[in-house]
Ligand binder design. Structure first.
Ligand SMILES: [Zn+2]
Length: 295
């Protein structure tokens, strides 16, 4: 374990010496991890991104270092990934003093209990869903986990935690009813979570127009937020968003033409997967379509 910690710290140190870590930075996870870790350091703010392996849907969890401890954004899906996240946090050797849940989808919170967390802060829509329907979702999916308690509700605006400004911007009716995006203005980092997928098939909803509009709004602010941390996939940059816009625009006519035909989810997925061969995990698109196609 000590050796692992030293290797990890060396890896981080090397990245720092090389200057700001750019999008698509090197994986600095311990050698036995299935998931990956990317460290982004800008403007005196350091963010560690744990990304699960494909079995964990390439879901990301971000750890923002502050003078008041670590702020964790999202808690993983499967137990194995959550346990790696927990191990990584132990390697950092600092307490997590706040856990923020970006949105209601279980791939971002079923792992929380396995990572050792029992409570979260979230936007109001997400908080209401977790409180009212979280237990039913756990029972329905037959997973071994616990529903986190809501420790606080987050509204739009700025909060300074341990010297780091967190700018909360909830985005409504895109991939989920509410996704809390978090900007770190000192660092020019946007924690976009599921508003952005990086070369990963998306759990699409019917709100594709609003979703595209949200992506274009992010694109226009590329100068302020040159680094984007997606909810699925590696850190990226605003220049890559055009690719995701094209993907959603390719899905839209197929979705619209097949409303009421849930059995077409697989066929549409296959068509989109052929058109976007570098996108990973097609079952995520099938999952989204099977819901969005319901009449
Ligand atoms: Zn997700």
């Amino acid at each position: 374990m000590i050796l692992t910690r030293r290797i990890l710290l060396n890896a981080i140190g090397t990245s720092l010496l090389a200057g700001p870590v750019l999008a698509q930075a090197a994986n600095t996870a311990p050698a036995d991890f299935k998931g990956k870790v990317f460290v982004t350091e800008r403007g005196g703010v350091r963010v560690h991104t744990y990304m699960a392996d494909p079995a964990g849907a390439l879901v990301t969890s971000h750890l923002v270092e502050t003078q008041a401890g670590l702020v964790l954004v999202d808690g993983q899906f499967v137990a194995a990934s959550a346990q790696e996240l927990k191990r990584y946090i132990a390697l950092l050797g600092r307490p997590v003093t706040r856990v923020i849940l970006s949105h209601m989808h279980p791939d971002h919170w079923f792992g929380l209990a396995h990572a050792g967390f029992e409570q979260v802060h979230a936007g109001p829509v997400t908080a209401k869903f977790i409180t009212e329907r979280g237990a039913a979702l756990v029972a329905e999916r037959k997973v071994e986990t616990r529903v986190p308690a809501i420790a606080g509700t987050i509204a739009a605006g700025d909060e300074t935690i341990g010297g780091v400004v967190f700018r909360y911007r909830p985005i409504l009716d895109t991939e989920a009813p509410e996704i809390l995006t978090i900007e770190l203005p000192q660092a020019g980092i946007l924690i976009a979570q599921d508003v952005v997928y990086n070369k990963v098939h998306a759990v699409v909803s019917r709100q594709l127009d609003q979703w595209v509009a949200a992506l274009k709004a992010i694109e226009t602010r590329a100068g302020e937020m040159p680094v984007i941390l997606p909810g699925h996939g590696e850190p990226t940059a605003p220049a890559s968003l055009a690719g995701l816009v094209g993907y959603l625009q390719a899905v839209k006519p197929l979705l619209v033409a097949n409303i009421g035909k849930e059995d077409q989810a697989k066929a549409i997925t296959e068509e989109i997967a052929r058109a976007f061969p570098d996108y990973r995990i097609p079952p995520l698109l099938t999952l989204g379509l099977s819901r969005a196609l319901k009449a």
